[in-house]
Write a protein that binds this ligand. Structure first.
Ligand SMILES: *[C@@H]1O[C@H](CO)[C@@H](O)[C@H](O)[C@H]1NC(C)=O
Ligand SMILES: *[C@@H]1O[C@H](CO)[C@@H](O)[C@H](O)[C@H]1NC(C)=O
Ligand SMILES: *[C@@H]1O[C@H](CO)[C@@H](O)[C@H](O)[C@H]1NC(C)=O
Ligand SMILES: *[C@@H]1O[C@H](CO)[C@@H](O)[C@H](O)[C@H]1NC(C)=O
Ligand SMILES: *[C@@H]1O[C@H](CO)[C@@H](O)[C@H](O)[C@H]1NC(C)=O
Ligand SMILES: *[C@@H]1O[C@H](CO)[C@@H](O)[C@H](O)[C@H]1NC(C)=O
Ligand SMILES: *[C@@H]1O[C@H](CO)[C@@H](O)[C@H](O)[C@H]1NC(C)=O
Ligand SMILES: *[C@@H]1O[C@H](CO)[C@@H](O)[C@H](O)[C@H]1NC(C)=O
Ligand SMILES: *[C@@H]1O[C@H](CO)[C@@H](O)[C@H](O)[C@H]1NC(C)=O
Ligand SMILES: CC(=O)N[C@H]1CO[C@H](CO)[C@@H](O)[C@@H]1O
Length: 555
């Protein structure tokens, strides 16, 4: 091929496509793609788009390659529950459109995996990993799936997850679902993939698709991003629609990208964000147009920023062995922030956490929301194979269906929700929710940020999810490091996976005010560009199919 020296600055047509996407499309392709296309575990969106534009390979080739990579490792890692049988046809259509100059934007013809709680109105199932929903049908695409399609993306398949987004059992394991098996991480044999967006984390990290979508109620995007060496964006509740996403809690659920670098995650976020009449939490969005998040990726974004460190949220006294390497790496990261021009305001104290550490407010909100929101989701199904309409019936089904592994995997969380005795129409839910806002917001994240004129807080991702979960604020996590080779292996609670062990990755979390994703993405990018930790941490298992195989085949 005579393409080795082509530097693609692309002009993408934007016929009939989302404006916010076309607005950022002209920056795609700023990096040279030489004939030796990078390995898919490293390839960025800009690499993929440049190669597609140059005709180095097609979207059909990409679907073929990613599918083959998935099948190489799924027997071991069980990260993809189901492939989309329509993916090849959609790819062929995307290729034909590209050939005739119709390109929807940066995600045109780009394969993406989505968590198996985000519904698609096609032949794929949407089960949250439960046999209760195998065979169920939804009335249409979820807004997330519809936005991906509108952006030209190819939904390649559904990723395995902690069943019911980890809202069922106190004696289960991350990444396990009855219908999808036990997902494992790729950085140590038998690694706990964390959850609940476990399969999305493992898939995105190994380059089994361009990137993946996960969902978070409390940690389910940032935790698997943390241990799978990824960038994860947990958007503000209300930035991305939850319509036809299997819920836990309308107050806390949010859908976001899990990608191998900040800019890729930013492109994906711009494609999925936006108001939706079917999810009125999105009306809280303070802007008319979705920001150009990829455009926020600025090497100098940390200059002049004030960044707080809430050390009382990660006091590791008594756990130095388990968390020492994380906090040491975190401490060192503060010097990177300073060298990039930020002022670090260390050791700030979020006094609300003293109350929250032992409070039950979050449980009340989640329990009551789940009772109400689950029933509302089930009522929307157009095919409901077991006629399950509420949580009590779901529990009955689960306890009587042997493959659901009850009673070993109990249903304690559901029992507690049922014992609470009400759904989220009860005023108690509002008072618990406002208590969360008070202690986690005014006496927590947002209060401290105002008091001290901060642009962000940073902390080890491992400890980051709780306060943002209860107040609905965003987090961006970036790879920071991995446990050293001499790390003592610590199993997970159930004893079937490795929780802490050699080479298990961890990240740095940027926290901010509601709808401050643009600012957080900028800072996270500036940190990532200065550290570039991700590619130095190598998985122990890795698929071999690469795009060079397809380029050679074509010659
Ligand atoms: C991956 O493995 C799981 C567990 O065995 C299985 O349910 C799933 O169908 C597999 N995925 C694919 C794409 O074959
Ligand atoms: C969902 O898919 C079915 C079957 O293809 C189709 O008849 C229906 O119109 C679709 N619904 C929406 C809202 O697109
Ligand atoms: C938001 O939507 C829900 C469900 O669709 C509805 O019950 C509720 O009244 C709506 N709230 C507002 C403020 O519009
Ligand atoms: C990290 O820094 C804090 C504050 O300077 C210090 O108290 C702590 O001992 C350090 N921890 C590690 C593991 O380096
Ligand atoms: C569900 O309800 C439908 C309609 O009432 C009925 O035909 C079907 O047999 C029921 N299925 C189960 C599994 O109970
Ligand atoms: C919890 O899971 C473990 C591991 O499978 C099992 O040995 C134990 O019996 C389970 N606990 C209960 C209460 O079922
Ligand atoms: C939270 O809900 C519980 C359960 O109904 C109730 O007893 C408690 O008073 C509520 N707490 C607050 C702070 O409103
Ligand atoms: C912010 O300042 C107010 C008033 O001085 C104080 O009550 C509150 O505790 C501070 N919040 C945080 C999180 O520092
Ligand atoms: C691992 O090696 C480092 C550096 O030699 C040492 O400081 C640390 O204590 C060792 N950790 C364990 C668990 O042996
Ligand atoms: C619950 C779930 O998603 N099950 C799916 C697992 O994968 C098989 C094969 O792809 C599907 O048929 C199931 O529906």
């Amino acid at each position: 091929m005579a393409l080795a020296k082509v530097f693609g600055l692309l002009v993408l047509a934007a016929l009939g496509c989302n404006r916010s996407l076309s607005a950022s499309a002209d920056r795609v392709g700023s990096r040279a793609v030489v004939a030796e296309f990078p390995p898919l575990i490293e390839a960025t969106l800009e690499d993929l788009v440049t190669a597609l534009e140059m005709g180095l390979f097609t979207s059909v080739d990409l679907v073929t390659a990613y599918t083959s990579r998935i099948m190489e490792v799924n027997d071991t890692l069980k990260m993809v529950a189901e492939l989309n049988p329509d993916a090849m046809a959609i790819a062929a259509e995307a290729d034909a459109q590209r050939a005739s100059g119709h390109v929807c934007g940066p995600l045109h013809g780009i394969p993406v995996l989505i968590k198996n709680n985000i519904a698609t109105n096609d032949s794929m199932s949407n089960t949250a990993g439960s046999y209760a929903l195998v065979g169920a049908k939804v009335p249409g695409d979820s807004t997330m799936a519809a936005k991906l399609r509108k952006a030209g993306a190819i939904i390649l398949g559904k990723t395995n997850l902690s069943q019911w987004a980890n809202y069922r059992s106190t004696n289960t394991s991350n990444g396990w679902s009855a219908a999808g098996g036990q997902t494992q991480g790729a950085y140590y044999p038998g690694q706990d993939p964390s959850g609940s967006s476990s399969g999305s984390g493992v898939s995105s990290s190994l380059g089994l698709a361009f990137a993946a979508l996960g969902s978070e109620t409390d940690g389910s995007i940032v935790s698997p991003s943390n241990v799978n060496n990824l960038v994860g964006i947990k958007p503000t509740v209300g930035l991305t629609s939850r319509y036809l996403v299997i819920p836990i809690s309308e107050h806390q659920d949010t859908v976001g990208p899990m990608a191998r670098n900040v800019k890729d995650a930013a492109y994906l976020l711009s494609a999925i964000a936006g108001t939706d009449a079917n999810d009125n939490y999105t009306s809280a969005m303070p802007f008319e147009e979705v920001p150009d998040y990829a455009g926020a990726c600025d090497y100098f974004a940390l200059g002049g920023k004030r960044i707080g460190v809430p050390r009382n949220l990660f006091d590791i006294t008594g756990y130095e062995g388990q968390y020492g390497p994380i906090v040491a790496a975190f401490n060192a990261s503060l010097d990177v922030l300073r060298a990039a021009g930020a002022t670090v305001v260390d050791n700030i104290y979020l006094e609300g956490y003293d109350t929250l550490a032992t409070a039950n407010f979050e449980n009340v909100v989640l329990q009551a929301d789940f009772v109400t929101n689950l029933a509302a989701y089930l009522a929307k199904l157009t095919v409901n194979p077991h006629n399950i309409t509420n949580l009590a019936e779901l529990q009955e089904f689960t306890q009587s269906f042997p493959l659901e592994e009850w009673p070993s995997r109990d249903t304690e969380i559901w029992q507690e929700a049922l014992d609470l005795g009400f759904g989220n129409e009860k005023p108690d839910v509002w008072s618990n929710y406002t208590a969360n806002q008070y202690y986690g917001g005014l006496l927590g994240i947002t209060g401290a940020m105002h008091n001290l004129s901060l642009d962000a807080l940073v902390m080890p991702t491992t400890f980051s999810s709780y306060l943002p979960a209860i107040i609905g604020s965003p987090i961006v996590t970036v790879p920071l490091g991995a446990y050293p080779a001499n790390t003592t292996v610590i199993p997970n609670q159930r004893g079937n996976l490795v929780d802490t062990g050699p080479n298990v990755p961890f990240g740095l979390a940027f926290l901010g005010e509601h709808f401050s994703e643009e600012k957080l993405i900028g800072m996270a990018y500036a940190f990532e560009e200065r550290t570039k930790v991700r590619n130095s941490i190598k998985p122990y298992i890795r698929p071999q199919t690469e795009m060079v195989d397809f380029i050679k085949a074509r010659k």
